[in-house]
Design a protein around this ligand. Structure first.
Ligand SMILES: [Zn+2]
Length: 59
């Protein structure tokens, strides 16, 4: 099983990409691999306002 982190570069905070809880509240999505196993795509969110267009983002 592999985990891939996608996070904004040059963000205001340091994102935790070692498997711990990141303060940005990343979204985790399962990603099927070619060999049949399931990998994880961890999508981090920027904290400088770039992605704060959704009303639910403040919760
Ligand atoms: Zn993060």
């Amino acid at each position: 099983m592999s985990t891939v982190h996608v996070h904004p570069v040059n963000d205001l905070i340091a994102h935790d990409t070692d498997g711990g809880d990141c303060p940005c509240g990343p979204r985790v999505e399962p990603v099927p691999s070619d060999d049949g196993s399931i990998g994880w795509l961890v999508v981090h969110h920027s904290l400088d306002g770039r992605e704060l267009t959704e009303p639910e983002a403040t919760r």
